[in-house]
Design a binder for this molecule. Structure first.
Ligand code: AMO
Length: 443
């Protein structure tokens, strides 16, 4: 039996396949009927190809089938690959067309140029939007980023873990949790694998990573927040300082930036006319937040109160500074105030109002948060109290630290944000196949 092939495979091997039989399955992109010659453009995930039939040369059934086709019908075409004056230089002269399914309603969204429709319409009819190869390219890049993440950390001796998403407590102060009814108890959807990636390190796995969904019940309506996103997490033991964690984050970023010439990343960047990420050979700059306040004040006239977090404008300006002054798309901001970091963060020995923590900004948007964790039991209890939290509510977590916890640290990276910044997308929803936000739980 003839094997179905992606259009790109046929095009890549066209010299070899010329005059041979091929089978393409996909959707009817366009139909052109010139009477004696009939054309159908068939599209699959990877591209499109022209299918032709000529009166007198092609079977009558093929000509009749092309006449009856509707846009977005699902078909399989068997035919012979021929040279043709098309953009690809070839076409399929059909010997058989099988119609597998036909739309039952007029199309609410044209696949071609769907990116120009409004985002709510695109998300409402996402199954049509995604048939546009320009949109599919976003998710091929997303898969690529996740693959590079997995490959890089595996090569560095990290073990992939799969932690519970139904949990007993929130981990990230500031971000809200979604409650779920769990038999006769209230549980929550995990905001982060934070406690369990630390658990895995303490439990002896030493270096771990996870790729998984996280849930944030933040009522935000911004272009950079989702209520469900994918977090790329790492955690490692026996660190000497939080700089070790940054080194591993930077290793991954460097690996990613070094591989954007590979498919499908290359195609995604080309489709969006996006520049490859730029990193200085000397390393991503690491700027203490106290210095960032000064840069913002002196260079951009922006005041941020000492001890406060950077807002989105502050991040954008620091991104601009990194690009213009340091020739880098990335900049670490380090040593965040204790006040704005979660209780599990280790406070600085020399100044307990600051922490061994960092954010990584990519083209002016935070894509990574991380730091060293407090691994000393009594200090951890005191951190909880200092944040006004009841240690009893976290006892299951505190217990991990009772029987030998090595110094450790880690980071969480937002997959959709990495993709969004790489391609220069305007809204993070574009980087999520089916975004969940304050208004959407369908499709
Ligand atoms: P944080 O809460 O900063 O840290 O999240 C880590 C990274 O996740 C991304 N992110 C989001 N992406 C989309 N929508 C959101 N609502 C959203 N919130 C966060 C950002 C951010 O940098 N446990 C810590 C990580 C750690 O210290 O290991 C945490 O979750 O890219």
């Amino acid at each position: 039996m003839l094997k179905e092939r992606f259009v790109w495979e046929v095009l890549a091997e066209k010299e070899k396949l010329l005059e041979g039989e091929v089978r393409i399955c996909g959707w009817v992109h366009r139909i052109r009927d010139l009477g004696r010659v009939k054309f159908a453009i068939i599209r699959d995930r990877s591209g499109s190809i022209q299918v032709t039939a000529k009166k007198g040369e092609s079977p009558d059934t093929v000509l009749e089938t092309i006449e009856s086709l509707r846009q977005e019908s699902v078909v399989c075409v068997d035919g012979v690959l021929k040279k043709a004056p098309t953009r690809e230089g070839v076409e399929v002269k059909a010997t058989k067309i099988t119609v597998i399914n036909t739309p039952v309603e007029p199309l609410p969204l044209e696949v071609e140029g769907s990116e120009k429709a409004s985002l709510p319409t695109r998300l409402r009819y996402r199954w049509l939007d995604l048939r546009n190869p320009k949109i599919t390219a976003v998710f091929e890049l997303e898969a690529f980023v996740a693959r590079v993440f997995r490959e890089y950390y595996t090569s560095q001796g990290f073990v992939e873990i799969f932690t519970p998403k139904i949990v007993a407590a929130g981990t990230e102060s500031g971000a809200e949790v979604f409650p779920v009814l769990y038999f006769d108890k209230t549980a929550f959807l995990a905001q982060s694998p934070q406690f369990y990636k630390q658990f895995a390190v303490i439990a002896g796995l030493e270096r771990v990573f996870e790729i998984g969904p996280v849930f944030r019940a933040e009522p935000h309506h911004t272009s950079r927040h989702l209520n469900e996103y994918h977090s790329l997490d790492i955690e490692l033991g026996f660190i000497e300082s939080f700089h070790d964690v940054m080194d591993y984050v930077e290793g991954f970023i460097r690996s990613l930036a070094g591989r954007v010439e590979e498919e499908p990343a290359r195609r995604a960047l080309e489709t969006y006319s996006a520049e490859p990420p730029r990193l200085p050979a000397s390393g991503i700059p690491r700027i203490p937040i106290a210095e960032a306040y000064e840069i913002l004040r002196e260079k951009y006239g922006k005041e941020v109160e000492e001890g406060e977090d950077l807002d989105s404008e502050g991040e954008r300006l620091m991104g601009q500074y990194a690009r213009e002054e340091l020739d880098s798309d990335f900049v670490f901001i380090i040593e965040y105030p204790w006040k704005v970091r979660p209780f599990y963060t280790m406070r600085m020995e020399s100044n307990p109002e600051l922490t061994y923590s960092f954010d990584l900004l990519y083209r002016g948007l935070e894509i990574v948060t991380g730091g060293q964790r407090e691994h000393r039991y009594h200090q951890l209890v005191s951190n909880l109290k200092d944040k006004g939290l009841e240690p009893e509510g976290f006892q299951f977590y505190l217990d991990f630290f009772k029987h030998g916890a090595p110094p450790h640290g880690g980071a969480g990276m937002g997959l959709e944000r990495i993709v969004m910044q790489t391609l220069g997308l305007d809204n993070i929803r574009e980087a999520r196949m089916l975004p969940r936000d304050t208004e959407r739980i369908t499709p």
